[in-house]
Design a protein around this ligand. Structure first.
Ligand code: C2O
Ligand code: CU
Ligand code: CU
Length: 432
């Protein structure tokens, strides 16, 4: 289901029972339903408001991942929603078309609350949106990909939500859910279909690609459309990252979208423990015997995506430790950084260890400048808000901050492997 956020949307976080595996019922959490939540939608320029009511037995929060908005509406750890309470953020959508998502973000409980099933999409549309397939659920299909461990009696296994010993990433599940369902397929009736891929997993990194290795057309990364489409056969997404692809199908064919062993960096043992050897079927596509024609993907998708010039003299150096940022873990009262509204800063991120991490910045978006000293791959040249940082690697970003000044309410930046985030691998900045 879709809800128009510009007329005021209501989300009720609640618990329920999902039929994840045949013949068994699994206790899960969701928004307005038993698992996941409705897709919220708004056009660029719209004033949106959402009423979020918490009917869960615990305090939580709801964060609009990738949204540019005032910090008080961000839904991070500073906007908790107590059981029985309703939180009513409102803001104006100022960014270009993008696939954003929402999920809980309370310190130390994010991994568990997301794992139980609280998450959903927030789609932003703009004046270019109609040039790509956009019939929601028909030729514009979201794929929220999450891994779970389900016990034999059908419960979500929460045993490894944290990390410990050799298991350094947090929970890696062997059961892949797409949009909250197990063993999914999608019937397609058009020649071209746009898939919105969301890695909503706690820790797993995917490398998406079709079983027959066909090339797909990448049209958007986290923060919005590319200026020009990119052809590729594999797409690596770490937790929190999104991508939109357009895929062509032949009448009557069946083909499987897989996750192939992802490149994680580091040594053979740590790669394996982080899921670097794993292959999964994600979704089967079943094309109808006759397919309606779809327009070709335009050669120029949108405008205004160019990387802005750096405006801050000193780069920000961020070292990803085990499991802290620049040697510190999150402390609620401590503001780590102060930045100027609309400024563009160079971030030099270093992951010197053998564990994988990523970096997500709230209230901002960025371009990759380089990976390990080389130009980033074409699939990472769009605007983003989350970047994977393999073991023993570096990445440099140009981060453009938002324009909403608020000296008292911080935005967060953190590793989006949820066990790491919950351990305090997070910092906070204010725009002043
Ligand atoms: Cu997707 Cu700070 O979160
Ligand atoms: Cu976020
Ligand atoms: Cu991490």
């Amino acid at each position: 289901p879709q809800l128009d956020a510009s007329t005021g949307a209501a989300l009720t976080l609640r618990s329920g029972e999902s039929g994840l595996l045949p013949g068994r019922s699994t206790p899960t959490w969701g928004a307005n339903g038993a698992i996941l939540g409705p897709t919220l939608r708004a056009r660029r320029g719209a004033r949106v408001s959402v009423a979020v009511t918490n009917r869960l037995p615990e305090t939580t929060s709801l964060h609009w991942h990738g949204m540019h908005l005032p910090a008080v509406a961000d839904g991070g750890p500073h906007q908790p929603i107590a059981p029985g309470a309703t939180w009513r953020p409102t803001w104006t959508v100022e960014q270009r078309a993008a696939t954003l998502w929402y999920h809980p973000h309370l310190h130390r409980t994010t991994a568990r609350h997301v794992y139980r099933g609280v998450a959903g999409l927030f789609l932003v549309d703009d004046e270019y949106s109609d040039t790509l397939p956009h019939d929601y659920g028909v030729d514009d299909v979201p794929l929220i990909v999450q891994d779970r461990n389900v016990t034999r009696d059908g419960r979500l296994d929460e045993a490894n939500l944290g990390f410990g010993g050799l298991a350094t990433t947090g929970l890696l599940g062997d059961t892949i859910l797409v949009n909250g369902g197990y063993d999914p397929y999608v019937d397609v009736v058009t020649r071209r279909v746009r898939f919105r891929l969301v890695n909503g997993s706690n820790a797993r990194v995917y490398s998406f690609g079709f079983a027959d290795h066909r090339a797909v057309t990448l049209v958007a990364t986290d923060a919005g459309w590319l200026e020009t489409p990119v052809r590729c056969t594999r797409l690596r997404l770490s937790p929190g990252e999104r991508a939109e692809i357009v895929v062509e199908f032949e009448p009557g064919e069946r083909v499987v979208l897989r996750s192939w062993p992802p490149e994680l960096g580091g040594n053979v043992l740590t790669q394996r423990l982080a899921g670097g050897d794993d292959t999964f079927d994600v979704v089967q596509v079943r094309a109808a015997a006759t397919l309606r024609p779809s327009p070709a993907v335009p050669e120029r998708l949108t405008t205004g995506v160019r990387r802005p010039a750096i405006t801050v003299a000193e780069p920000f150096r961020l070292e990803l430790g085990e499991f802290h940022l620049n040697g510190a873990v999150l402390e609620h009262g401590r503001i780590d950084r102060r930045v100027a509204p609309g400024s563009v800063e160079r971030w030099e991120i270093r992951n010197p260890g053998q564990n994988v991490h990523n970096v997500h910045v709230h209230g901002a978006s960025f371009h990759l400048l380089d990976r390990d000293g080389a130009a980033p791959p074409e699939t990472e040249r769009g605007e983003k808000d989350t970047v994977f940082v393999p073991a023993d690697s570096t990445v440099t970003l140009a981060v453009r901050y938002g324009t909403h000044v608020d000296a008292r309410t911080p935005y967060m930046y953190h590793c989006h492997l949820l066990a790491h985030e919950d351990a305090g691998m997070m910092g906070q900045y204010v725009v002043v």
